[in-house]
Design a binder for this molecule. Sequence first.
Ligand code: PRP
Ligand code: URA
Length: 209
Amino acid sequence: MSKVHVFNHPLIQHKLSIMRDKNTGTKEFRELLDEISMLMVYEVTRDLPTEEIEVETPITLTKSRTLSGLPIGVIPILRAGLGMVGGIMNLVPNAKIGHIGLYRDPETLQPVEYYCKLPADAEQRLLLVLDPMLATGGSASAAIRFLKQRGCNHIRLVNLIAAPEGVKRIEEDHPDVDIYVAAMDEKLNSHGYIVPGLGDAGDRLFGTK
Ligand code: PRP
Ligand code: URA
């Protein structure tokens, strides 16, 4: 069963409240998503394995620890996932980035794929799938399915806001994938938008509405 990690860090909650406000403009929205994504990396990577190495400091030779597990891949779901890439890359600068293009058909709410370009060694990486919104879960579930079809099996999902419906969908479709989310919201409305949510993440991020 997927583990769901909900962050209740005061800084994240404070910044998210500003993002939710409908009067927050595109520039501030983008900056806040970047900052929250960076803060989230801390928890998402908390259990990564390390190994002991020897380091010569200016003072002495010592034992110290370094990351030893799979290298990381960052997979934003276009468009809105792009807004999380910069913050994550600040902390894992050697990660490779793959892109999955999906949009949700407004009538059927089903995900439609239009782009996929992954690092050549994606299946040998720990992949962090990024999307600010986990609503019905259809887009994230499809993205994870594409990754698994290409041989990737070490996957974590990172969202800003999730609806219970989306979490349930991922737990059912991909019980091996843990979910990291800054806030769990109440429900979906009849148009598939998260309530209270923050509206359309892509439009608010890129100023397209
Ligand atoms: C939004 C969001 C997710 C998806 C969530 O993208 O960024 O990808 O909807 O909904 P779901 O969980 O019900 O699938 P959208 O389809 O609006 O595309 P965009 O990012 O290009 O605006
Ligand atoms: N996509 C969004 O951008 N926002 C929602 O609330 C649901 C899907």
